[in-house]
Every structure is written in structure tokens, then in C-alpha cells.
Design a protein around this ligand. Structure first.
Ligand code: PBG
Length: 333
């Protein structure tokens, strides 16, 4: 679209920026509390419910703390929270059986929140890393991440979470074929209306560092995730991955990380027109918070500006650790 632009002084683009009212009228994109998904860290490990040092202001929560967060989200009008478990190193095995145990912390928290705050949407994470002695998202044999064997585990994990009452399943593992396998298993088990938000374009990024501290995967992880997560040098591949996941039954897709990959958000939205989300990941949060804590950036302003960037790039919503703070500001108007 190329609007007709008569030459100066007929055109003075500053006219529409002169007052707050005119700026409001001309604003193209808006950020609402309804665009936010709040990721929270949960744990059943005694003493682990502390602040994460690389993520100031973010804490791990026991079941009662998770319930309070759910109530807070609902009170603020945030539509969904997303659960990430920190697990006891003692339960991590090479076979990752705890990942699909109905009594693992994620499934317990899902049931508890659904009983108390039923209207809040609960999103989960599907990947083996919190339960894997190797710290990887997939099963490892002789240093190789196994695809098809991992997909079988992920399907079990998905079914256990759906059974517990999850509304949105979030496969973040980047194995091939997982969306189709999960969708078929959900249909067969009668979970026809459980949605899948696929981490379709997930890059092998150094911006996940603080998250790995939060879920306790940093110590366990051997090597890197480059054989399954995307090469940051690729863009066309993101389109192929999104097309593939949609064809296999994903309802929504995600680009991750967020701010360094806004070009991918835009391409995905323009190419497919499906519900598109970005994950403003732990490293992005840590980066902004470090500057804010030093007094170098205005926290409220950079938070809202960074979130608006996702809307402008075509995202329908954002997973962000800023969700409750941003919601408080947005609710003030
Ligand atoms: C793991 C997972 C990761 C994140 C979400 N799910 C880390 C990784 O892939 O190593 C990162 C989120 C963040 O950094 O905030 N499957």
C-alpha cells in the first residue's frame, strides 16, 4: 500500500501528532491486557520457591503460590497463564517418566487452578527438559537426540496435561511430527477441544539462559540444542515449520525468542493469518530488568513499548514475564 503523499507543505505529517487526542485517533495498533499470557514457574521442591537471581521480580511458586498467581491473573483480566516446572534433580531420569505422571507438579497445579479459577486458560509446556537427566528436550542415546521415541513421550505428556484440564498445550520441543501425533492422540482420547499453541519457529537462542536457571535445567544440560532448535540465520525455514505445524493440527503458532525475531513474527502473520504469538523470553526480560534496576531505562515505558512492538509486528499476543505489571498499567488506562 502506497498512500498518496502530496509534497510539503500540503502534507505535514506532524499535524496528526499534535495532541494526545489526535495521536490516539491515528494509532494503528493497540496493546491490551487481553493480549497477554503470563508464564509462571512452579515447584514442589521444598525451599525452591525463591526469586530467580537472573530474573529479578520472578519467583518460583508452590501450589498455593500458583493458585494465588492464577487468582491475580483473573483479577487483572489476563486470559491465560503458562506453567513451567522446576523439578527435583532426584526425579530426573534418562527416560523422563515423570513428564507424563498425572501427579507431577504441572498436572497437580492444573487441577488445582481449574477447580478454583476455571475461566482462566491454562497453557502448558510440552518438552522433556524439566524431567531429563540430560537437560535436553528429547530422549538422548549416545549423544543423539532421538526424534520418534521422544514424540511418543511427548504424546503421553500431552494426554496427561489434557486429562488434568489444560486448555492450551504448548509443545516447545521442536521434534518433527509431534503436532500430528498429539492431535491424533487427543482426538482418539476424546480431548477434541484442547488447543495446541505450537512453538513452531523456536530458535537455538542464548536468550533462554535465565529460564534454564529458573527450571533448573542449566546444570543438567550437556551440549546445546542446535540439532532441534532453529538456526538464527534462517527465516524461510520458519515459514516451512509453521506451515507444517498448521497442517498437522496446531491451532496457534509461536515465534521464539521475541524481540530479536520480530521479522519472523511479521512474515508468519502475513503468510498464514493464523493466531500468532511471540515469546518475550527470559533473556529479554533479564536484559530490560538489568537496565531498569540500574536506573538506565524507565521500566514501565520500555515494558509497554517492547510489548507494543509485538502487536505492530503482527502478533495477536505475547508470552511475557511482565504480564502482571503490564496488566496493572494497561488497566489504569
Ligand atoms: C524448554 C523451554 C525453554 C523455554 C521455554 N520452554 C528453554 C529451552 O528451550 O532451552 C525458554 C523460555 C524463556 O527463556 O523464557 N523446552
Amino acid at each position: 500500500m502506497h498512500p498518496i503523499l502530496p509534497p510539503f507543505p500540503t502534507t505535514r505529517l506532524r499535524r496528526m501528532r499534535r495532541t494526545p487526542a489526535l495521536r490516539d485517533l491515528a494509532q494503528e495498533h493497540r496493546l491490551s491486557v487481553k493480549d497477554l499470557i503470563w508464564p509462571i514457574f512452579i515447584t514442589d521442591v521444598p525451599g525452591a520457591d525463591v526469586e530467580i537471581s537472573s530474573m529479578p521480580g520472578v519467583v518460583r511458586r508452590r501450589l498455593d503460590g500458583a493458585l494465588r498467581a492464577a487468582e491475580e491473573a483473573a483479577a487483572l483480566g489476563i486470559p491465560a497463564i503458562c506453567l513451567f516446572p522446576y523439578t527435583d534433580p532426584a526425579v530426573k531420569t534418562e527416560a523422563c517418566e515423570m513428564a507424563w505422571n498425572p501427579e507431577n507438579i504441572t498436572n497437580k497445579v492444573i487441577r488445582a487452578i481449574k477447580a478454583e479459577v476455571p475461566d482462566l486458560a491454562i497453557m502448558t509446556d510440552i518438552a522433556l527438559d524439566p524431567y531429563n537427566a540430560n537437560g535436553h528436550d528429547g530422549l538422548v542415546r549416545d549423544g543423539v537426540i532421538l526424534n520418534d521415541e521422544t514424540v511418543d513421550c511427548l504424546v503421553r505428556m500431552a494426554l496427561a496435561q489434557a486429562e488434568a484440564g489444560a486448555d492450551i498445550l504448548g509443545p516447545s520441543d521442536m521434534m518433527d511430527g509431534r503436532i500430528g501425533a498429539m492431535r491424533a492422540a487427543l482426538e482418539a482420547a476424546g480431548h477434541r477441544d484442547v488447543t495446541i499453541l505450537s512453538y513452531a519457529a523456536k530458535y537455538a537462542s542464548a536468550f533462554y539462559g535465565p529460564f534454564r536457571d529458573a527450571v533448573g535445567a542449566s546444570g543438567a544440560l550437556k551440549g546445546d540444542k542446535k540439532t532441534y532448535q532453529m538456526n538464527p540465520g534462517n527465516s524461510d525455514e520458519a515459514i516451512r515449520l509453521v506451515a507444517r505445524d498448521l497442517a498437522e493440527g496446531a491451532d496457534m503458532v509461536m515465534v521464539k525468542p521475541g524481540m530479536p525475531y520480530l521479522d519472523i513474527c511479521r512474515r508468519v502473520k502475513d503468510s498464514f493469518g493464523v493466531p500468532t504469538f511471540a515469546y518475550q523470553v527470559s533473556g529479554e526480560y533479564a536484559m530490560l530488568m538489568a537496565a531498569v534496576r540500574n536506573g538506565w531505562l524507565d521500566g514501565e515505558k520500555v515494558m509497554l513499548e517492547s510489548l507494543m512492538a509485538f502487536r505492530r509486528a503482527g502478533c495477536d499476543g505475547v508470552l511475557t514475564y511482565f504480564a502482571p505489571e503490564a496488566a496493572r498499567l494497561l488497566n489504569q488506562g
